[in-house]
Ligand binder design. Structure first.
Ligand code: ZN
Length: 329
């Protein structure tokens, strides 16, 4: 696109390791695996990589999405030694600092792309976010990181019409609930069904004036790269019709065939191809790039390879997947 090498930003902080429960699949080693993948993907795409620690999100950014009482209840549980919120979801001492850093990393990633500082920004963070809704933690998630990032983009005046693309193997029920009546927020998701949390049927399309902004495509057990890429070709056409001013990705890698928590057969090649398609869109709409927020993904090797393929696909664009295309700019 320009003579300068593209820039990739990785946002992470070791304090996120303090969110921990023995034997839980959502463990801190995931972050190092994803970071290693991003480094490889940036190198393969000829980009300059910078790494920085995020600022914790402030209460204004958090309460733009979550109820004040809910936030206070989480802080109190953290201060009193933590505990289990449901059979999947816990809070340990230090978890809320990690959650505020994860939120801050998502916001920083979105703003860095919107300001044109980088073409790809990746929030390598935990706990993940897309199952958290305004007043409920669930599915390993405490605060909805990608939702806070979207609203931060609006608050800063960078974008009103925002698309959130969610390829985690689970439906992002929290994200959908937060934006279900928001006509300027497109949410597009592929997910295995049936699977936790059980929502995300194609009939769920948004409420009121937002009808038609929620786009759920389900994948059957065993769905492979062909099915995944075909679903996203469909979804990216809908994103194009929406005319987005910013694109955020809820990047979970538990749809990978090596993942222990789900039953799809996606490989890193699928993530690369879909990522290249996202860059085709950002180029078409004159956006600086895309910001990604880590969601799930529980096999360390799959996380590393998939993150590498994602970043490489975003940097290279559709020329890698479709050699005949002539990308403008
Ligand atoms: Zn997931």
């Amino acid at each position: 696109m320009s003579a300068d090498p593209a820039r990739v930003l990785l946002l992470t902080d070791p304090a996120m390791e303090r969110h921990a429960a023995a034997g839980h699949p959502e463990r801190h080693e995931r972050l190092a695996a994803v970071a290693k993948g991003i480094e490889a993907g940036a190198a393969a795409g000829g980009a300059e990589l910078s790494v920085r620690a995020p600022q914790p999100a402030d209460d204004e950014a958090i309460t733009a999405v979550h109820d004040q009482e809910y936030l206070e209840a989480l802080d109190q549980l953290d201060a009193s030694g933590g505990g289990w919120i449901d059979p999947d979801t816990y809070l340990a001492p230090g978890s809320m600092h990690a959650a505020r850093l994860a939120a801050g990393a998502a916001i920083d990633a979105a703003l860095a792309v919107a300001r044109g500082e980088v073409a790809v920004a990746f929030s390598v963070s935990r706990p993940p976010g897309h199952h958290a809704s305004a007043r409920r933690a669930a599915g390993f998630c405490l605060l909805n990181n990608v939702a806070m990032a979207a609203l931060a983009l609006r608050r800063a005046g960078h974008a009103q019409r925002i698309a959130i693309l969610d390829w985690d193997v689970h439906h992002g029920d929290g994200t959908q609930a937060i934006f279900d009546d928001d006509p300027d927020l497109l949410y597009a998701s592929t997910h295995q069904r049936p699977l936790y949390p059980g929502t995300g049927s194609p009939e769920e399309r948004g409420q009121g004036t937002a009808a038609g902004t929620m786009h759920n495509l389900t994948l059957a057990i065993g769905a492979d790269d062909d099915a995944f890429v075909a679903a996203w070709q469909d979804l990216l056409e809908r994103v194009r019709a929406f005319d987005p001013e910013a694109i955020l990705v809820s990047a979970g890698y538990d749809g990978h065939r090596d993942d222990p928590l789900a039953n799809l057969a996606i490989t890193e090649h699928g993530y690369r191809t879909v990522s290249a398609g996202i860059t085709a869109l950002t180029r078409e709409f004159g956006l600086h790039g895309a910001a990604l927020v880590l969601e799930g993904g529980y096999d360390l090797g799959a996380l590393e390879r998939s993150a590498a393929a994602t970043v490489e696909g975003l940097l290279t664009g559709p020329s890698a997947a479709a050699p005949a295309s002539s990308s403008p700019g």
